[in-house]
Ligand binder design. Structure first.
Ligand SMILES: C[S@@+](CC[C@H](N)C(=O)[O-])C[C@H]1O[C@@H](n2cnc3c(N)ncnc32)[C@H](O)[C@@H]1O
Length: 232
């Protein structure tokens, strides 16, 4: 099988990840681990857990319980393997959509979900609807129902996914603060390779005020932002 082991140095120790060619964490996951203040003793859920890295990080940071959820059975199988090699077999990994399989109450939801805007559905690991917000808005709503008052939602949002709309919905039920922000450079070809016409779609979204990206001497970039919302 074509797999590799990635080693992540985290604030809670070394985290190992078996990576499959189309199933692995990336720069966004590392950004999340670098900036998010996990706390001990929390009941945590991660919708869209993929290979399980953020769920494992939460467990290593001392969570009381962790549940990772993904719509992909392949992701769930890999997340369980990764939990095992990191000696975190107490984590539950469940196949399902967003927070639906979790009863709650929860203290923390961490979400790095697909949210690329595109003119049509494509890869479920990336597609987030016409303006990119389908899953982001749904998880904000579900987290608001399952978190205890004072519970937190850690949400990773790229500025191409209608950031004003996301912040407006997020701020309805949560006190929101920005934990970290960085430029993410991209090319037109990178997006058009994901699905044809994606870059033109993004330009149209920007014209409507539903996407933010710009260009500097290094090229086109959008902003990758990590937010912490505290449930009101
Ligand atoms: C961009 S990947 C991120 C994975 C992981 N959070 C990480 O940081 O590596 C998004 C994941 O969300 C999953 N996903 C897509 N739609 C979903 C849904 N409705 N409910 C749960 N997971 C979903 C995909 O299968 C994929 O594993």
């Amino acid at each position: 099988m074509n797999e590799q082991i990635a080693i992540h140095q985290t604030a809670w120790g070394q985290l190992e990840e078996v990576e499959l060619p189309n199933l692995h964490s990336d720069h966004a996951t590392r950004f999340f681990m670098e900036f998010f203040p996990f706390r001990k003793g929390e009941r945590v859920a991660e919708p869209g857990c993929g290979s399980g890295v953020l769920s494992i990080a939460a467990a290593m940071a001392g969570a009381a319980e962790v549940t990772g959820i993904d719509i992909s059975s392949e992701a769930i199988e890999l997340a369980r393997r990764n939990a095992k090699i990191n000696h975190q077999e107490q984590i539950r990994f469940l196949e399902g959509s967003l927070l639906e399989p979790v009863a709650g109450p929860l203290d923390l939801v961490v979400a790095l979900l697909p949210h690329k805007p595109a003119p049509r559905p494509f890869d479920a690991r990336y597609y987030g609807g016409d303006d990119g917000t389908d899953l982001l808005l749904a998880v904000i709503e579900q987290a608001g129902q399952k978190l205890v008052p004072g519970g937190r939602l850690g949400l990773y949002v790229n500025s191409i996914a209608n950031p004003q709309r996301v912040l407006q919905e997020f701020s309805r039920q949560f006190a929101v603060r920005l934990l970290g922000e960085k430029k993410r450079y991209f090319t037109r070809e990178e997006f058009d390779d994901l699905t044809p016409g994606m870059f033109t779609h993004l330009e149209n979204q920007r014209r409507k005020g539903a996407a933010e990206f710009a260009q500097d001497e290094q090229g086109l970039y959008f902003s990758a932002r990590l937010y912490e919302g505290t449930c009101l």
